[in-house]
Design a protein around this ligand. Sequence first.
Ligand SMILES: Cc1ncc(COP(=O)(O)O)c(C=O)c1O
Length: 290
Amino acid sequence: MKYEDYADLYKNRTFESMNLYFKSRDIFPGGINHNIRYFKPYPFFTVKSRGKYLFDVDGNRYLDFWNGHWALILGHSPEVVTSKLKKQIGKGTLYGTANIASWKLGNEIHKAIPLAENLRFCSTGSEATMYAIRLARASTGKRVIAKVEGGWHGFNTNLLQSVNYPFEGDEGMGLIEDEGHFVESLQFNDLERSIKVLESIKDDLAAIIVEPVLGGAGCITPQAGYLLGLQEFAKRNESLFILDEIVTGFRFAFDGAMNLFKLDPDLFTLGKIIGGRGLPIGASFVEKKR
Ligand SMILES: Cc1ncc(COP(=O)(O)O)c(C=O)c1O
């Protein structure tokens, strides 16, 4: 079947979605709330999800390969999660006080990933990476953060640099040149070039932040020795090595990609999956001794 035939079939079956999309454009820029949710000719509007399927307002069923931004490793609405959620909703949703649920979750994560000795929860992965680099700057007294080209750490303004190819341009409107002043980019999987860049900024290098496997950039795996090389440089230089495990955590291995790749990050971040597989959450972790 040609693309045009698919598009015609889609349009014939998604009349209500089309109506909703045009109404949505009145209140949401582009008709959506996350750029990734748009596709041509217009996105379908989901009303229900179950297992591996999404259901739209027109009664269509879709096999879902996106799985809630990759967070739903058990599929949509698994009983084991929804039953717990229903119970909790009956007891309240936002206490605004210390609470047992977060204490229990923190302990569960610590049991799974022993390196997670000290942590703070927040509401998104973007906040977790923001806090991680702030922590790194505060504890080292240095300012520069090194990240890799194509590395995506959420909408955290500090790290919105060199995310999209060809990496030199602005990553979005409203970002000013100074934002990038204290961020340096490294070429993923080119250790020699990366070390050269790191050498040139080492005196003010607070941290290197990297995803163990580049997710948003297209699932690019690290070449043997690359991550370890960055980690060794950071430690030698008394800078921090931050692993962003917001996508890889609890997915590549129960105890994190850090164990799979035999890494020992000073700080790491989690999100997505730890929120009951899909509720908004983020967390930054650090070992107590550091
Ligand atoms: C590696 C990585 N870090 C951070 C984030 C930001 O997480 P959130 O969308 O919860 O802000 C994402 C989101 O896709 C991510 O892929």
